[in-house]
Structures are given as structure tokens and as C-alpha cells.
Design a protein around this ligand. Structure first.
Ligand SMILES: [Zn+2]
Length: 326
């Protein structure tokens, strides 16, 4: 059984949805907007459970609630795209299934997850339904950035943007305080994923040490950085993500925006590093990391990636003109 009371944070959105149910003012379409790991699916599934429940309370006892809890309610349709992104055929399928009245509930809920890649053609098809939806249908579209949707769709949906979780929310989710609270960047999904990753904090500490080394003035450290990557070859993507997070924080410190730090527990070290580097250098290094991330996603040879990255960073941080190898 899923109830809003059991979901941590997002108080405003939960209250808004509960109030619209209580007042009988449920919209035909919602967009829930938020980064990966923010809980879009959980909120959508929970809202759907309320909508199909016999007394609209997600009571947990009625037949609808039992089916919803098992992910088997016939009036809750979750779109699973045929291809990588939601295409027009997926939307046609939806149109077909909503032309049939609800089987058990008085609502039929259509959840469209990962709508970020939805094609133009699919959006046009979706728009047509949103213009004249059957009265029993409720669409819940989940997306990282609602601006990707056509203006004409945006104007027909209720847009709910998830807000960053507070430190207290994350602590609650993790069941206590830990260094992961700071590393989670106010994203509850990330916090939970990290809590299942035993080596994460150790790798994170080592990443910071590597950045400190890169910012020292001896070129020999390049070999050290290359070695660090080699020892953790399987974790290349993770290491680059963590390093980018640290660099972003160094930039925030240079800009005087310490309230935006994602790695608050490392503030002291990061401030020291910020003192050592120019704003332009930190930007440039962040750029090198982003480039390395792209190379990593394109499966560029590991040695080329790491050597180019380490050389680039070292030169930037030591104030040389960078001979970009990218
Ligand atoms: Zn119920």
C-alpha cells in the first residue's frame, strides 16, 4: 500500500494532489518534473493508487488498492516504450486503451515515464488526446525538463516541479546521518543508491585527494592520476562524476555561493583548493572532466582518455596554456 504519508518530503505537491482529490478537482493531465532519482515514479504511482481506490484514500483494503499495490490494476496504464524513446506508436496504443472505459475504478490513469525523449510525432498525437480527453482519464507525464514538451501540451497540463530534498529528508531516508547526506546533492534517489554502494565514500575521498595532487605543482603527479584511474578502471564514470561535483563546488566557492555546495562536508578542503586556483582554471578543468565523460560514454580508449584528462587538468591548474588534446 502506498500513501503520501509514507513518502518523505515534497510536502507541497503531496498536499496539492490530496486537496484536488478531496475537492473532486483532479485534472486531466499532470506533468511531474524532476531529475533522475527525485521520486517522480513513486509520486505518480501513489497518486494513481489514490485515484483508483474505492474511496479515493489509498485505503489499502479494497480490491483496487490490492491490485494497485501489486502493480496489476487494470485501470493504471504505465507506458513502456517499444523503442528507446516514446514514439507515436506508443501513444496510439494509449489512445486505443483509453477508448475503453475503466474496468473497476471511475478513473483510468495513464503514466508516461521518461518522457524526455518523446518524439515530435508522439507529442502531436498526445496533444490531440489532451485537447479532448475522455472524462475518466488522468495522464501523469514524468519528465526531467518539462520545457521539452510542446507549448501547446504545457498549457494543457498541471505542472508539478519536484523541489530538492532537505538534509533532514535525506537523513530520514538513509535512517541517520552519514557523509552520504552531503554527497547526495539533495537527491533522495541518489542518496539511496549511494547507500548501497560500499566503496563510494572511499572513492570519493580518493577523488578529492587526486584533485589536490593535480593542483600541486609537480608534473610527476600526472602519473599518479593515471595510476588512480587504472586502479579503479571499472569506476571511471563514477570517478568523473564525483570529480565534476568537486570542481563545481570550487567554482561556487570562487563565486561566493557556498550555499550551493554539493559536498558540504568537504568545505574546508574545497576552500583551500579554491584559494589555489583561478576561476577560469576551475571552469577549464570542469570542462576537461565533461570532455572525458563524453569520451567515456563513446567508449574511447581508456588510456587515451585518462592521459588526455590528466595532462589537460595539470596544465590548466598550473597556469600553462593548455595544449588541448581533445
Ligand atoms: Zn482502497
Amino acid at each position: 500500500m502506498s500513501r503520501f504519508d509514507d513518502i518523505i518530503g515534497q510536502e507541497l505537491i503531496k498536499k496539492f494532489l490530496l486537496t484536488s482529490i478531496a475537492r473532486g478537482k483532479v485534472s486531466h493531465a499532470y506533468v511531474i518534473e524532476g531529475d533522475k532519482g527525485m521520486g517522480k515514479k513513486l509520486i505518480a504511482n501513489t497518486f494513481a493508487a489514490y485515484l483508483v481506490c474505492d474511496d479515493k484514500s489509498s485505503c489499502g483494503a479494497c480490491e483496487s488498492c490490492k491490485l494497485a499495490a501489486g502493480g496489476a490494476h487494470p485501470d493504471i496504464i504505465t507506458v513502456l516504450p517499444e523503442k528507446k524513446q516514446i514514439g507515436v506508436d506508443d501513444i496510439r496504443q494509449v489512445i486505443k486503451s483509453i477508448s475503453i472505459k475503466p474496468y473497476m475504478a471511475d478513473k483510468k490513469v495513464v503514466i508516461i515515464p521518461d518522457a524526455d525523449g518523446i518524439t515530435q510525432e508522439a507529442q502531436n498525437a498526445l496533444l490531440k488526446v489532451l485537447e479532448e480527453p475522455p472524462e475518466y482519464v488522468v495522464f501523469i507525464i514524468l519528465i526531467q525538463n518539462a520545457e521539452l514538451l510542446l507549448d501547446t501540451i504545457q498549457s494543457r497540463v498541471m505542472r508539478l516541479s519536484l523541489t530538492p530534498y532537505t538534509e533532514a529528508d535525506i537523513k530520514k531516508a538513509l535512517g541517520g546521518d552519514s557523509a552520504l547526506v552531503a554527497a547526495s546533492e539533495n537527491n533522495i534517489g541518489k542518496a539511496l543508491a549511494l547507500s548501497g554502494d560500499e566503496t563510494y565514500l572511499e572513492i570519493r575521498d580518493n577523488c578529492l585527494k587526486q584533485i589536490e595532487k593535480l593542483m600541486s605543482s609537480r608534473q610527476i603527479v600526472i602519473f599518479d592520476t593515471v595510476e588512480f584511474f587504472e586502479q579503479n578502471k571499472e569506476e571511471t564514470g563514477k570517478i568523473l562524476d564525483i570529480m565534476l561535483g568537486f570542481l563545481r563546488d570550487i567554482v561556487f566557492i570562487k563565486l561566493g555561493q557556498t550555499d550551493l555546495l554539493g559536498n558540504k562536508d568537504k568545505t574546508e578542503s574545497l576552500v583551500r583548493l579554491a584559494e589555489k586556483t583561478q576561476l577560469s582554471g576551475a571552469f577549464k578543468m570542469a570542462q576537461y572532466i565533461t570532455e572525458a565523460q563524453k569520451m567515456h560514454s563513446r567508449n574511447v580508449n581508456f588510456n587515451i582518455l585518462v592521459t588526455a584528462f590528466a595532462n589537460g587538468c595539470w596544465e590548466v591548474l598550473n597556469g600553462r596554456n593548455s595544449r588541448s588534446s581533445f
